[in-house]
Design a protein around this ligand. Sequence first.
Ligand code: 2P0
Length: 354
Amino acid sequence: GSESEWVVMATGRSPTNIAVIKYWGKRDEDLILPINDSISLTLDPLHLSATTTAAVSPGFFRDRMWLNGKEIPLSGERYQKCLREIRKRANEVSDEKKGLKIKKEDWESLHVHISSYNNFPTAAGLASSAAGFACLVFTLAKLMNVKEDLGQISSIARQGSGSACRSLFGGFVKWTMGNNADGSDSLAIQLADEAHWTDLVVIIAVVSSKQKETSSTSGMRETVQTSALIKHRAETVVPARMLKMEEAIANRDFASFAKLACSDSNQFHAVCLDTSPPIFYMNDTSHRIINLVEKWNHSEGTPQVAYTFDAGPNAVLISPNRKTAALLMQRLLYQFPPNQETDLTSFVVGDKSI
Ligand code: 2P0
């Protein structure tokens, strides 16, 4: 057909990730460079993922994007950076059968249309930006035939949203903070793949699907500016915990894994409370869930379940196997019977990774 008719598309899917050693605080806001390493597990894409299609055509006259069917501006610096960094690395794309050839230099003037869907509520403390930016960058890289490895791609996704870099890999992932001023070594590394620890079951208790009040970006900025605790956390606590957590994951040592994950979640929220003005991400229901798990773990003498909370009130509960997950569900439903005021609104149950 004529030159203006063709469209080339690529589609990708990225799950969200749940940090068990938390990222909180930046040393460089523009490049999104963190003040400490972090570790997460990538969920399976069934319940919590972004799916993105990127298309290019000479018939497109500017870059445009739709999120969950609604057009959103791409003018923000984070989107622009991701687009710019991927375009810089674009390569020739050709399809002989269709008589199509996009030369390397063509990408500078071609425009893209991007459509992305989340299969879970946006900005409810369920890390939608992590899946979203990981998927955007991955899909654009696929469309433009970018040859860099996933680690390099993750450092571009990082510039969209810090936690996004960890969603480029499945399984257990470490975001290494790096040393370089340009951020080139601040990227994600896979610690263990999806097949490493398949017994784990993740249950997300949705306490509220409302949009959070303090965005992570401004929250962590205020913490870095005003908290005295954050320095101790970043310089002393996290480096020691990273080593222990990597070891717990390597050995599939659930007791150590759970203790470290719960402690790190609690310290992250303590640091939020130490911020001026204080940031409250958890609510009474979150606290009741912590109590329930702590009492259960204490009564058994060893951790049965791990909890972790991000920048919102929803509980992410990790159990070592299906049997314990079923017992956990029983306990949750007993404490939070359906259709009451303080209810959990729903549960998302998933295996870790696919
Ligand atoms: C994490 N969170 O490690 C931590 C724990 C929330 C609590 O990463 O400013 O949305 O885009 O880099 O990545 C949320 O922060 O913030 C986050 P930006 P992001 O998962």
